[in-house]
Design a protein around this ligand. Structure first.
Ligand code: NSS
Length: 428
């Protein structure tokens, strides 16, 4: 048994008697008529039960989120929410739901405790459909470019980014290990065999910051390419983003409208994207009256201000080496900086991608690790990559929930993922 006919199929001309399986999204009871707004994954439709039906009393007992099978005929009706109405000729209750605990007045914290139920709302459904397309389009892009999809471990023995934000596993059979912050180091190893690889896996950060754009567990899409410099990998980044936005616009105009997203802002997104250096960005900040000195990093607020100059995503390149990770290649043209880039999404959203060309010089990596307070002996296997046929290579990481947030126009990253993990939230 499997459902093959959906509400969206019923919202068409040339209507025949149909059977719809779904959930009671809204119900309005009158003396002689009951209006049920039925929902399924494809949409909603208003259904009317009249009092001459033998099941009228049962319909009168229906509760929000009860699951039902309705039979009847569908016809156009301007007054109905989606322009069509079903006149119900038969009804089967599959499950009579208990009193639905969510109302218009339910507060944010309770809604988060009830996320496993709140997820069914049309808005969440729209976000998750768009997220599905984003994941699919990004993978489709890399595969079309000859990449291999690879896997990497979640349990690791050293920091991939910064030691202060690692989650420790205290007792891995008596050893202390960590949850991975990035798959980068492991996929660098894979890129020396497969040359063009990408992974799509969770990353973990013990972020104490209570910002709107940080999760402790996020979905990380990371490509890594051998024989490729920073310019080469930035081209992959912009083309991938442009492809993802194109696919979302092809498939999700209705979902974007439901979310209140300004679609014209997304229609402007075409590769290539503008590039500015960190030094340019400091100047722009100064012109706007925000004094920053060399070596200051951009936080969410500074990034928001920078995005005012651009209606499209843009790269900020060549940050000072002190604020960036040990593995980034020193920029030969200005050794105070590295060959890195962040990609900032417009409309205040800020960083969605961080990437770089990788340092290939063994001595330089060892030095940088020491400067960052890490022990090079914890990185022996990674250092081997610089001992055996090292070649120029580059990669980046896209925060999937960050791009979902931007494309859907969400105010908070917790709504870009069904079960958010944050400093104060691991349930449900
Ligand atoms: O720290 S990153 O900037 N870079 C890396 O992890 C590299 N090792 C990736 C690589 O080159 N393979 O993180 C990459 C992106 C960043 O731009 C954000 O979009 C996202 O990952 N990110 C996060 N999203 C949500 N929550 C948190 N805490 C978070 N941290 C990073």
């Amino acid at each position: 048994m499997e459902k093959t006919f959906f509400i969206k199929d019923a919202l068409k001309e040339s209507i025949k008697p149909v059977e719809l399986q779904g959930w009671v999204w809204q119900i309005r009871k009158q003396k002689k008529m009951i209006f049920i707004v039925l929902r399924d994954s494809s949409g909603i439709i208003q259904c009317v039960v009249k009092d001459d039906k033998p099941f009228f009393k049962d319909a009168d007992g229906l509760t929000q989120e009860s699951s039902v099978v309705l039979q009847g005929t569908v016809k156009k009706d301007e007054r109905a929410p989606t322009g069509y109405e079903m006149s119900v000729s038969d009804m089967k209750i599959i499950h009579l739901a208990e009193r639905w605990p969510i109302t218009k007045d339910t507060g944010t914290v309770v809604l988060q405790n009830l996320r496993h139920l709140h997820l069914r709302s049309p808005k969440f459904t729209a976000v998750m459909k768009i997220k599905s397309t984003i994941l699919q389009a990004a993978q489709e892009y890399f595969i079309s470019q000859g990449f291999y999809q690879v896997t990497a471990p979640v349990f690791v023995t050293s920091a991939g980014e910064s030691g202060s934000e690692q989650f420790e596993i205290k007792n891995y059979f008596g050893k202390k290990i960590y949850l991975t912050q990035t798959s980068q180091l492991h996929i660098e190893a894979l890129s020396f065999g497969l040359e063009k690889v990408f992974s799509l896996l969770p990353s973990f950060r013990a972020e104490k910051s209570k910002t709107r754009r940080h999760l402790t567990e996020f979905t990380h899409l990371e490509p890594e390419v051998a024989w490729c410099d920073d310019e080469g990998i930035m081209r992959y980044a912009e083309e991938m983003i442009a492809h993802v936005v194109k696919r979302v616009l092809e498939r999700h105009r209705d979902d974007l409208k439901l979310l209140g997203r300004d679609i014209s802002a997304l229609e402007k997104i075409k590769a290539p994207f503008p590039r500015i250096t960190y030094a340019d960005a400091l100047q722009r900040m100064a012109q706007k009256g925000f004094a920053m000195k060399w070596g200051d990093d951009f936080g969410a607020e500074e990034e928001r201000i920078l995005t005012q100059d651009f209606g499209v995503p843009f790269f900020v390149t060549n940050y000072p080496k002190e604020v960036k990770a040990f593995y980034m290649k020193i920029n030969g043209k200005d050794p105070r900086t590295v060959k890195n880039f962040d990609l900032l999404a417009p409309e205040g959203y800020g960083e969605i991608i961080g990437g770089s060309e990788r340092e290939v010089d063994l001595k330089s990596i060892v030095e940088r690790l020491k400067e960052k307070g890490e022990k090079p002996e914890h990185y022996e296997w990674y250092l081997d990559l610089r001992r055996f046929g090292s070649v120029p290579h580059s990669g980046f990481g896209l925060g999937v929930e960050r791009i979902v947030m931007w494309i859907c126009g969400l105010k908070h990253i917790r709504n870009a993922t069904p079960f958010p993990r944050r400093h104060n939230r691991v349930y449900p």
